[in-house]
Design a protein around this ligand. Structure first.
Ligand SMILES: [Fe+2]
Ligand SMILES: [Fe+2]
Length: 541
């Protein structure tokens, strides 16, 4: 009982909302409400009607990421029960979802350019006081959600939140937008809200041991759960983290858009999406390769492969600051990341507007505009990050789609060249409805939907970025190719896939011009030499 025990590195912690994987649209009340009725209930009904169709659809590469449950056609009764439970326990959110449709409909019918004041009385009762009615300059009506009040209303119910712990030994996981977490097996489920400090205690066990008695008491483990939890613990301490203390800077690629940059005692982690540690063919950095304290976590945008709550929750006790793009607030499709993270127990959430900057020792972080990739919806929660460290300038453009190259001409005039560009080239992109479909209240025509894609830069657009910033190094990243990411990405490329063809072309073009270029996969480490810090070309505005 007095042994000092650590949490094993292969223990997976899946955060859930109402039994579904907690991605960022399942936490704010309004987007959660719409996803529960328009995604979860629909998929459940379809699965119950024809489980075998789902079982074969998930095996079809052409249907990857589609609305099909990955349950081998089994657990039909459990799926039905989950449906009944949702209708019974989540009726407030079901009503909220309906009220959002009625509000939209009422505005379409009655807001004709005259004052909106009389229409407040016609806002569905449960939404009254939570919305402001607005026109754009040409009399198109809409509404703004008062999100900070919705989080303090009966629509935000932290008892829906839980975290399921189980051991992971392989990369395959079901696609989380379409499959609920049903099987319990050897898992242990904690029903504490995400904001609970108990999770900080739990995830600190990765490198700060405790006795089983302390663990059992703090995590309120009883009976079989206590027995099962013992198998998640080990007396073996993790390897100590070899901190970078060189004179320059070091960056390490952890997969997808997750990059750790360290210099002059400062650590910056971009879009944290991490693999657990287990035997595998594809070498990778994992949770064990992170410093005990992360000074800045930067989030580029609110897509589930860039803000992964599963990883963030496990890192919460070691994150000093988490920096997110500022948004306008109130649009259904654009929930505030600051409010969401604060609600989930993250302290020190910093919002940065475009061209704003945070200085740190011999470096800085600046938010640059991020264009497109959101189906032409007015989503402002997106930033490309320019990180300067010990004289090296790196631009993490993530999925920014360089649709209007004049944008980065203007930016370049203000910030100057960058040494290394990291650019996502997932230039096929899913149709707008893939993520935002449950939020729309009128059917989108298929052709329109497919014309508005969540696509990053293609060859021409990425090349324009390389040329604009006179980059000396170019790294294509955020391609979702790492096998441990399928549960949030669901992409499988061949050599003929457009993102591969276009990124190959960019790399060949760069190499032919003496620019270092590579498509990142798995893991990579680069050491950057010491350099005198150039005078900053700009100051924040
Ligand atoms: Fe994206
Ligand atoms: Fe992405």
């Amino acid at each position: 009982m007095n042994d000092q025990l650590y949490l094993r590195a292969n223990v997976m912690a899946e955060p859930l909302v109402d039994g579904w994987y907690a991605w960022a649209h399942l936490i704010p009340p309004a987007t959660a409400a719409r996803n529960i009725t328009e995604r979860h209930l629909r998929i459940r009904d379809s699965y119950s009607a024809s489980p075998e169709t789902h079982a074969s659809a998930v095996k079809n590469p052409a249907l990857l990421g589609g609305p099909f449950m990955d349950l081998n056609g089994l657990l039909v009764e459990e799926v039905k029960q989950l449906r009944e439970r949702t209708l019974r326990d989540r009726h407030k959110l079901v009503e909220l979802s309906k009220a959002l449709v009625e509000l939209d409909e009422m505005l379409r019918q009655k807001a004709s350019g005259f004052s909106l004041e009389p229409l407040y009385a016609e806002v569905p009762e449960i939404l009254q006081g939570y919305v402001e009615l607005v026109y754009d300059l040409n009399n198109q009506p809409s509404f703004r959600l008062i999100e900070s009040l919705l989080y303090r209303s009966p629509f935000y119910d932290p008892s829906m939140q839980s975290v399921v712990l189980s051991e992971i030994s392989k990369d395959d996981r079901p696609f989380v937008l379409s499959t609920p977490r049903l099987a319990k097996g050897d898992a242990v489920q904690f029903n504490f809200p995400f904001s609970s400090e108990k999770y900080d205690f739990l995830f600190r066990l990765k490198d700060t041991p405790a006795t089983f008695g302390e663990i059992q008491k703090t995590l309120e483990l009883q009976g079989d759960d206590a027995l099962r939890f013992q198998s998640f613990l080990t007396p073996e301490a993790p390897k100590p983290y070899p901190k970078y203390d060189g004179p320059g800077a070091r960056w390490r690629y952890f997969g997808h858009a997750c990059i750790l940059m360290e210099s002059a005692g400062v650590s910056v982690l971009m879009d944290p999406v991490l693999s657990y540690t287990y035997e595998n063919d594809v070498s990778r950095y994992t949770y064990e390769d992170l410093p005990p304290v992360i000074d800045y976590v930067l989030i580029t945008h609110n897509h589930q492969d860039h803000i992964l709550f599963e990883t963030l929750l496990q890192l919460r006790p070691r994150i000093r600051n988490i920096v997110v793009p500022r948004n306008g607030g109130g649009a259904l499709q654009d929930p505030s990341l600051r409010l969401l993270l604060k609600q989930c127990g993250f302290q020190n959430v910093i919002e940065l507007a475009e061209m704003e900057e945070i200085p740190f020792a011999r470096g800085s972080i600046m938010a640059l505009p991020f264009m497109g990739e959101h189906g032409d919806l007015n989503v402002q929660t997106k930033a490309a990050w320019r990180v300067e460290a010990n004289g090296h300038r790196l631009l993490f453009a993530a999925d920014s789609c360089n649709i209007s190259p004049q944008l980065y001409q203007h930016v370049h005039r203000l910030v100057g060249d960058v040494d290394a560009l990291f650019v996502g080239m997932e230039c096929n992109g899913a149709p707008m409805s893939w993520i935002y479909g449950p939020l729309v209240t009128q059917r989108i025509e298929r052709q329109k939907d497919h014309s508005r894609r969540l696509a990053g830069s293609d060859y021409d657009r990425a090349k324009a970025l390389v040329d604009q910033f006179n980059c000396k190094e170019v790294y294509v990243y955020a391609m979702g190719q790492e096998p441990w990411l399928n549960y949030v990405m669901s992409v499988k490329y061949t050599e003929a896939s457009k993102p591969i063809v276009h990124s190959n072309r960019l790399i060949e073009d760069c190499l032919s011009r003496g620019i270092i270029a590579e498509r990142l996969f798995g893991e990579k480490e680069i050491l950057l030499a010491d350099r005198p810090t150039p005078a900053l070309a700009t100051k924040s505005t």
